[in-house]
Design a protein around this ligand. Structure first.
Ligand code: BG6
Length: 488
């Protein structure tokens, strides 16, 4: 048998993309509650009011509001994350469906704004704590191991209005959020992830052609504050329970050189160092990598890491590396190739790969290639969280959904993952993005579907919210039943 007996087969969701109940149960609004829907070519944005009364638009993750601005909700607009796919009211039914598929693990995130809606000074919201306790208890009932991320794009909005991660006091806020959760869910949760895709800041920066030098400096400092917050939370978690496994999570920004010109290989290597390894090394090795200065120089920024922070990073190293793997892109120094998208990443199309409807390239071989690269580099357990394809699905009259493309996508990836495991990579689990249909993070679309479970709601928010099993539901169930031995 290739996969270990306790292999964590499962799927993912995130609070803001699936829960809804945006203003229920004592939760305060989060950034995405103010974001409208976009589409594959139009980024999402939301409105804010500046202190001088002017109304401005802000892009998701950009953190670019004049000081003192407030997010606003515009009457008559549709905000997809407000109801999302309504896990908040359907969680029992949803978890029962995951259990029917035989899930061993459910990778989800907590909404900070449910647990500490108004920060430390506002106190713990019991109703929010209780909600997740119910979710975990429901998982345990079926023997499903929750894998819990603290921070996944849904920080309470008032923190952002007050300057977000630039403010170092947010480190204590985050650590308290983690402490409360470690305490409340002892015995229910073992696997934790501090930040989802902590490398997103440089990717955001790369997509901001007009970023000022000040923006760059600020964003690196914000990034560093998150690294420190993660280290502190990891230290506290380990002190609170020997059982806790606390990982980091990096967005798989994987690239190849487009041609065999060594200059293309160097460009790809540099890209990987800047966008992936800079953060992965910091969290897995407990220190920024040896090429730190080159990265900082490229952006023209400085980063002061105090001795105390160095110590924290070393003490608060992650136990395992979780990462998302959707696609790969190519990098070239030549003036050739068609531009393509990826997960927060654009690059050059690889002529050997097919693409999804959203132009993300499908690369199962790359799955194996990077499993080896990462395991060779860190020699610590790996966890693939988030592998999947966004697609248009059609609900048939009889309630079936035929999604052979999704089955093919996962099948090919699992096949290559299996080869890597057979060759010695220590992979502890595979959780797919997603398992239940949800709101797309980048575009806010609902029609960009990733789940094995279809949710009847469209891009205008209309629908019955009824759940349906896609063909992939039955296929994945069999994969799990056979511990990945039978995937055809
Ligand atoms: C990952 C995010 O980067 O990509 C998820 O962690 C997101 O939140 C996923 O949903 C897929 O991206 P998108 O834009 O298709 O939702």
């Amino acid at each position: 048998m290739s996969f270990r007996k306790d292999f964590l087969w499962g799927g993912d969701v995130s609070a803001t993309q699936v829960e809804g109940g945006w203003n229920e149960g004592g939760k305060s609004p989060v950034e995405t509650d103010f974001m409208l829907g976009g589409d594959r070519d139009t980024p999402r944005y939301g409105y804010y009011q500046a202190p001088d009364g002017t109304i401005g638009k802000v892009r998701q993750f950009s953190g670019q509001m004049p000081k003192g601005s407030k997010f606003i909700i515009k009457e008559g607009e549709f905000y997809p994350n407000h109801k999302a796919t309504d896990f908040y009211h359907h969680y029992k039914e949803d978890i029962a469906l995951l259990a029917e598929m035989g899930f061993k693990a459910f990778n989800m995130s907590l909404s900070w704004a449910r647990i500490l809606p108004h920060g430390i000074k506002g106190g713990v919201n019991k109703e929010g704590v209780e909600f997740y306790k119910n979710v975990f208890t429901e998982c345990k009932k079926y023997g499903i191991e929750p894998i819990v991320t603290f921070y996944k794009y849904d920080m309470p909005a008032f923190f952002i209005e007050n300057g977000g991660w630039s403010d170092k006091s947010l480190i204590d806020e985050f650590v308290e959020f983690a402490r409360v959760s470690f305490e409340a869910y002892k015995g229910l949760v073992k696997y934790w992830i501090t930040f989802n895709e902590i490398n997103i800041l440089t990717m955001t920066l790369n997509s901001m052609p007009n970023a000022t030098q000040e923006d760059k400096q600020r964003m690196f400092e914000e990034q560093h504050n998150q690294v420190i917050a993660a280290a502190k939370a990891t230290i506290i978690g380990h002190e609170m329970s020997d059982d806790y496994q606390i990982g980091c999570m990096i967005a798989g920004t994987f690239t190849y050189g487009l041609t065999c010109d060594p200059k293309d290989q160097l460009a790809s290597q540099k890209h990987m160092q800047t966008n992936f390894y800079f953060f992965a090394d910091a969290m897995m090795n407990g220190e920024y990598p040896y090429f730190k200065k080159r990265v900082l120089d490229d952006y023209g920024v400085t980063l002061n890491v105090s001795d105390e922070e160095k110590e924290l990073m070393m003490k608060g190293k992650a136990d395992y590396l979780a990462y998302s793997y959707y696609s790969t892109n190519c990098i070239t120094t030549h003036d050739e190739g068609e531009k393509v998208q990826g997960n927060m990443l654009s690059g050059i199309a690889n002529p050997y790969l097919k693409q999804t409807d959203w132009s993300w390239q499908i690369d199962p071989d790359g799955m194996k290639y990077f499993l080896h690269e990462l395991y060779g580099r860190y020699r610590k357990p790996l966890l693939i969280v988030e592998n999947g394809m966004g697609a248009f699905d059609k609900l048939e009259e009889d309630g079936s959904i035929h999604d052979p493309y999704r089955i093919a996508y996962h099948k090919e990836h699992i096949k290559m993952m299996k080869e890597a495991v057979d060759e010695g990579v220590d992979l502890i689990g595979y959780t797919t993005w997603s398992c239940i249909d949800l709101v797309s993070a980048s575009s806010g679309e609902l029609r960009k579907r990733y789940g094995f479970i279809y949710v009847d709601v469209n891009d205008e928010g209309n629908g019955s919210f009824k759940r349906y099993k896609k063909d992939s539901f039955y296929w994945y169930k069999h994969v799990i039943e056979t511990n990945g031995e039978e995937i055809d």
